[in-house]
Write a protein that binds this ligand. Structure first.
Ligand code: ASP
Ligand code: MG
Length: 408
């Protein structure tokens, strides 16, 4: 008997008919003789709706109450699925985060799971019960409800799979797997049968929406095999797993994009020790995540510093940086919100030279200017003008021949 964790996203539980469809999928796995733990998201759009309500109620809603509010979407779906399963003759029980005891730290809106008490779930599993757990939520040591960040149900599922030592963790969504790039942007996008944890993590962090980055990190840490599958079709699927020999043949596995970036330049900053710290410390104190940073070569003791932040942080970041720019004696602050980040990802990059050159040449040929570059062992990202984003995705997809399946 295997223990299988099945996670269904918001579009898979968007209404009662869809929840009934999910029930069928769950029953199929149960009937095959497995123990089943289901993790659900809220109905599509529900978490956004709750977030809007909170912001209509107050400009900066109290964080404790905010997390309690936005966690309620999952309570609706887990109870509905349990009602449906019970009515179909299967014993099912819903669990909220605090009922399982998914213990987290105290960081509201982005809590991290520290421990999962598997006792209650195991006891029910032994009785043959189908367990239905609310994703996205936990509880801190003082019994306050916390949430795990947008898309956090993926992380709930992987954490439960790791804690229960599940044999498999299936992430059901509205696409049938992980693609070489977004099929909506590039028609030649191809589904990958398999991808390594590291590549998946870079893809998730550079804009692929299919999995929450933290869930991939955790899957890697605990070696949980992750399958990304479609709720609406039995075909396809992508296995996210440890790197293996086949994967090394692929230089590049995917092209991602992120249009959620804005570029901020602090112009004519004195080039002396402590200035970067002065500029970036107030941002990090406000939990504003700075993604790429470049500093130009200095000219007569002055330089320009450019960095990117997420669009949602622009207002706060701009206020803070204009303040500190004055203090450090910079000339002015410029904002460009018409940019996009485009990235290529692949484990093979580490052992092949010329990958960056090919990326830059491909963009140059199309007249796309690169404004910023950042690299890791298995990723190269460029900031370009937003209007060239779709074009860049397509030409890079072609240049690295991603539409072709690599032969073993
Ligand atoms: N419902 C939450 C969200 O919309 C968590 C999730 O769907 O994974 O972000
Ligand atoms: Mg999701």
């Amino acid at each position: 008997m295997a223990l299988i964790v099945q996670k269904f996203g918001g579009t898979s539980v968007a209404d009662i008919d869809k929840i009934k469809n999910v029930a069928e999928k769950v029953i199929k796995v149960k009937k095959a003789g497995n123990q089943v733990v289901v993790v659900l998201s809220a109905m599509a759009g529900e978490t956004d709706r709750l977030i809007n309500l909170a912001h209509n109620a107050a400009d900066s809603p109290d964080e404790r109450e905010y997390d309690s509010l936005i966690s309620t979407g999952e309570q609706v779906t887990v109870t509905l699925l349990s009602i449906v399963l019970n009515s179909m003759g299967y014993h099912a029980r819903s669990f909220l985060g605090f009922q399982v005891k998914i213990l987290t730290d105290m960081a509201y809106k982005k809590a991290r799971i520290s421990l999962i008490d598997t006792g209650a779930i195991r006891k029910e599993l032994k009785k043959g019960t189908i367990i239905v757990v609310a994703g996205f939520q936990g509880v801190d040591k003082d019994n306050n409800i916390t949430t795990l960040g947008r898309g956090g149900s993926d992380t709930s599922a992987v954490a439960l799979a790791a804690a229960l030592k599940a044999d498999q963790c299936d992430i059901y969504t509205d696409v049938d797997g992980v693609y070489t790039t977004d099929p909506n942007v590039c028609a030649k996008a191809r589904r990958l049968d398999k991808i390594s944890y590291d590549e998946m993590l870079e893809m998730a962090m550079t804009g692929a929406k299919v999995l929450q980055p933290r869930s991939v990190e955790m899957a890697k840490k605990y070696n949980v095999p992750l399958y990304v599958k479609s709720t609406f079709s039995d075909k396809g699927g992508t296995l996210v797993t440890r790197e293996d020999k086949d994967m090394e043949r692929e230089i590049i596995s995917g092209v991602t994009y992120d249009r959620d970036q804005v570029k901020i330049t602090v112009v004519h900053v004195p080039d002396k020790p402590g200035v970067a710290a002065d500029l970036f410390t107030p941002l990090s104190n406000k939990n504003i995540f700075v993604d790429m940073i470049i500093q130009n070569a200095s000219l007569e003791g002055f330089t320009d510093l450019t960095f990117t932040v997420s669009k949602k942080d622009l207002k706060d970041a701009q206020k803070i940086i204009e303040n500190t720019a004055k203090k450090v004696g910079a000339n002015k602050v410029e904002v460009d919100d018409q940019v996009a980040k485009i990235s290529i990802i692949g484990v093979g990059m580490a052992s092949h030279s010329g990958v960056a050159a090919r990326m830059f040449k491909t963009l140059a040929r199309e007249g796309v200017n690169i404004m910023m570059i950042s690299t890791s062992e298995i990723k190269i990202s460029c900031i370009i003008q937003r209007k060239y984003m779709e074009l860049a995705v397509s030409v890079l997809h072609d240049a690295f021949e991603l539409e072709k399946k690599k032969v073993k």
